[in-house]
Design a protein around this ligand. Structure first.
Ligand code: G3P
Ligand code: CA
Length: 257
């Protein structure tokens, strides 16, 4: 299938290392992000929560249960306590240095590697947004970060404090092949107020949806491509960024399209 806008599209979509490269190393850790950047990622994607003592930490869930040997809510652990937890290793590999990291450490890594961060504000705690703004200002990291969230209140709170920060709405709706259905139309309207990216889940992303998004000047970064044939296919749809657990696919993929 040939999409009309592919005739003029020649650039490589940006590769977003989803939680680093969790197909190889523990998700959301520094080593996982380093490996993603070593093998082709332009962005590293990290999920953000707040520790009990006010540090922004990178972990997927509101509890530590699914990604470590611990149990309980992230916000009930100090950073020191979080660091003592063993993170879950990927079967067949072992990275002893892998630990829960802070956003500050991820910013330092991104700067050193001239990479970008997709920071997902996953917590609903407004104090995390305030801590985020403070950290971004302290690190002068405005140019290194794109923010995204499912939570529009958190995005609004951030937009008030950092109006120039690129903000993206995350959605988990489906584009329903070529239809821009009502939910997606609402999502397009909502995200347009942030003037940034729409990080849509990718099932059924269709030509009409992409056209509608491009018409509104939106950048589409769908998630999460862990199937190689779909990953190749999204290039033809003109995605701005491709979120994947397999950043290392990108080199082969770019030259084979
Ligand atoms: O890139 C979007 C994606 O990260 C949202 O899903 O659950 O992996 O954080 P999740
Ligand atoms: Ca995420």
């Amino acid at each position: 299938k040939v999409y009309s806008h592919t005739r003029t599209l020649i650039r490589k979509p940006l590769i977003i290392g989803h939680r680093g490269m969790p197909s190889v190393a523990p998700e959301n850790t520094i080593i996982s992000n380093e490996l993603a950047l070593d093998t082709g990622a332009d962005f590293i994607e990290n999920d953000i929560f707040l520790s009990k003592d006010g540090y922004l930490v990178i972990i997927h869930d509101s509890t530590v249960d699914s990604s470590t040997n611990g149990s309980g809510r992230v916000e009930e652990f100090t950073l020191e306590q979080l660091r003592q937890l063993q993170v879950n290793q990927v079967p067949g590999t072992y990275y002893p240095e892998a630990r829960i990291a802070t956003l500050e450490e991820q910013i330092d890594l991104a700067r050193k590697r001239r990479a970008m961060i997709y920071a997902e504000i996953k917590t609903d705690n407004p104090a995390a947004v305030d801590a985020f703004v403070k950290l971004v200002k302290k690190k002068r990291a405005e140019d290194l970060i794109n923010v995204m969230s499912f939570n529009t209140s958190q995005l609004d709170r951030l937009a008030e404090q950092l109006p120039d920060m690129p903000l993206g709405l995350l959605t988990s709706g489906y584009a329903n092949e070529n239809n821009v259905n009502r939910g997606l139309r609402d999502a397009l309207r909502t995200v347009q107020t942030y003037n940034s990216t729409l990080n849509i889940s990718y099932g059924g992303l269709g030509e009409k949806f992409m056209e509608a998004a491009h018409h509104r000047g939106l950048l589409i970064s769908p998630w999460t491509y862990n199937n190689l044939s779909d990953y190749k296919g999204v290039f033809l749809q003109g995605a701005y960024g491709i979120t994947t657990d397999y950043a290392y696919w990108s080199k082969d993929w770019v030259y084979s399209v």
